[in-house]
Design a protein around this ligand. Structure first.
Ligand code: ADP
Length: 557
């Protein structure tokens, strides 16, 4: 709690209990609510999912008997919120072209009946909406204008919507009404863009920690849908029947893939449905409601299943295929564990997934924006390939000075778990490991494996992708392995690890700039080009040094 801010008085707490059923404000909530009630100040609130954003903009008008206008991008989300407010005996409505009983609603609105009014950004910035807002302010005075999902204002964010861009004119239209921009995800760039484009005046900026401590993060290689997903499920008493251990969302990059995954899961006996923008509104609503009522265990969806998911006990978010970028990913996994209970987030990916993601970059005409998007994609690639703490990597994307108390523990991510295991194998008690020790990458020494991998690439004359060098290491008898490989000294020397492990390890070596890719083929009339795995200069130098030292481990950093 901020000692410079006086605590709420009894009357305020009574209203909080009466209308919202909470005994206390969360510290940031009170700071924001107070600044509206006492100072009519503009606010930019960046709050992790589940912190309680809606209370911040709903409370002021409920308390004073005024009207708050909330601009929100999704009609279904607004309908849910209006329903929730009605249940709490707070008069609220949705205003827009799709709304019924228009005349009645309008009359009540101008008489100040509603405490909270929801509108879409299109309506707010359109001619009809403009005159309604002006009229409303003249007649009863608007307490506050809240702009939900405010990151949609910014081109530098992950979910830019052009209708949000025009919301800047609200400030000119209603100069004396405080504006509150709210979002769960904003980098420092996006935050400045929000404040600037909405014309916020000396806004109070509030940022909760981005750290969702109840989410465990994991990244896995993608092979076969059934096989991959089975690893996250348990077998039920019926033979061949599987289930997730809680409500689950599986995100896929395309509609086609949702169908493939949906079919595979149904084949395993999982109660699931698919969800994407190609389905009718009714169908989508039905699927959403069945999921909320736990009639479905799992939804297999594209990112169209996003904002407005009103389910607090989602236990798993699985991305089957690489997510688009870190910000979207953070937003998507934010839908897990909103009730605060432990939940987990898994990505199954193959490096090939990025080919499609990169392909769409060609459609962007602005060079600066294209570069920005390309950077966002590479950051995601780095996240997937990293051997360091994944939580810290995501958090530092939003806040350079981030701290997480779960980093380095078994509740954090797969890499931290791996480090704990390695430390325990090395005889260190996991209990005495401090965060500082966890961050020493020397705890896991993979130099022997790095030497084997680089040597396999060298011995096969850098003429192949990853398949052949890896087959050589694991001592494969696959026909694709050239005959001369069987006689090589390193044939089978990497048998102690799986094919999947070696491929994942090679990707790490690429990230560390020890291995590189070189394009081959595509000559003459041939359309087909492919990627060879080759040694980088750094990798070549390191390998020579490590071979000279007679196989003894050499640090490659
Ligand atoms: P967000 O929009 O930030 O994701 P919500 O507004 O949906 O979060 O709130 C998340 C949950 O936190 C809801 O169940 C809400 O009832 C609860 N909540 C909000 N404020 C408080 C509070 N002051 N005390 C206890 N619970 C709260």
């Amino acid at each position: 709690n901020d000692p410079s801010i006086p605590p709420p008085d009894k009357q305020t707490i009574d209203a909080l209990k009466k209308y919202f059923g909470h005994a206390h404000f969360r510290p940031m909530q009170w700071k924001i609510v107070r600044s509206i009630l006492k100072e009519r100040r503009d606010n930019c609130c960046i709050m992790a999912t589940g912190y309680g954003k809606s209370l911040c903009y709903q409370f002021p008008s409920v308390y004073t008997g005024g009207t708050t206008v909330v601009i929100s991008p999704l009609i279904s989300l607004m309908e849910d919120q209006v329903l929730g407010l009605h249940v709490a005996n707070i008069p609220a409505c949705f205003l827009g072209s799709a709304q019924k009983d228009k005349a009645d609603v309008m009359r009540n609105l101008m008489r100040g009946v509603y405490r909270v009014v929801y509108i879409t950004p299109e309506y707010a910035a359109g001619g009809a909406g403009e005159s309604v807002l002006k009229d409303l302010d003249k007649k009863i005075g608007i307490t506050l204008i809240a702009i939900d999902e405010a990151h949609c204002v910014s081109q530098w964010g992950h979910d830019f919507r052009s209708s949000y861009r025009t919301l800047g004119k609200i400030r000119d239209m209603l100069p004396d009404v405080p504006i509150m921009a709210v979002t769960a995800t904003a980098t420092p760039e996006v935050k400045s863009d929000i404040c600037q484009s909405l014309g916020l005046r000396n806004p109070q900026i509030t940022m909760t920690s981005f750290d969702r401590q109840n989410l465990f993060l994991e990244v896995l290689g993608k092979s076969n849908i059934q096989h991959d997903l089975k690893s996250l499920m348990k077998e039920t008493s019926r033979r061949f029947y599987y289930e997730f251990d809680g409500p689950t969302i599986v995100y896929c990059p395309t509609r086609k893939e949702t169908e493939n995954v949906g079919q595979a899961l149904k084949g395993m006996g999982v109660k699931c449905e698919i969800y994407h923008a190609g389905l009718s509104n009714e169908k989508r609503k039905e699927v959403h409601h069945r999921f909320i009522r736990d009639e479905l265990q799992c939804i297999v969806a594209t990112v169209a299943f996003g904002m407005g998911i009103d389910k607090h006990d989602v236990r798993r978010i699985i991305h089957y295929g690489a997510p688009k970028d870190i910000e979207s990913y953070y937003q998507e996994i934010g839908r897990a564990g909103r009730d605060g209970m432990n939940s987990s987030c898994h990505v199954f990916y193959s490096p090939k997934d990025f080919i499609t993601n990169r392909y769409f970059l060609n459609d962007i005409t602005s060079e600066r924006f294209r570069q920005h998007k390309a950077q966002m994609i590479s950051k995601m690639e780095k996240y997937l390939a990293t051997t360091k703490c994944r939580r810290r990597m995501i958090l530092s994307h939003f806040d350079k000075n981030c701290k997480s108390s779960v980093s380095g523990t078994s509740q954090c991510c797969d890499n931290c778990v791996e480090k704990l295991r390695a430390a325990s194998r090395a005889g260190l008690s996991t209990h005495v490991l401090t965060t500082a020790q966890m961050n020493q990458d020397t705890l896991v020494d993979y130099s022997k494996e790095a030497q084997l991998m680089l040597n396999a690439v060298k011995m096969t004359e850098e003429r192949f992708g990853l398949g052949v060098p890896v087959m050589l290491l694991i001592g494969s008898t696959n026909q694709k392995l050239p005959n001369n490989c069987y006689k090589m000294k390193i044939y089978g020397n990497g048998r102690h690890r799986s094919e999947k492990w070696w491929k994942a390890f090679a990707r790490v070596l690429k990230q560390e700039d020890m291995l590189a890719e070189s394009k081959a083929g595509g000559y003459g009339n041939s359309k087909f080009s492919y990627m060879l795995t080759v040694l980088s200069t750094k990798g070549r130098n390191w390998l020579n040094k490590s071979l000279m030292s007679d196989g003894k481990a050499v640090e490659f950093k």
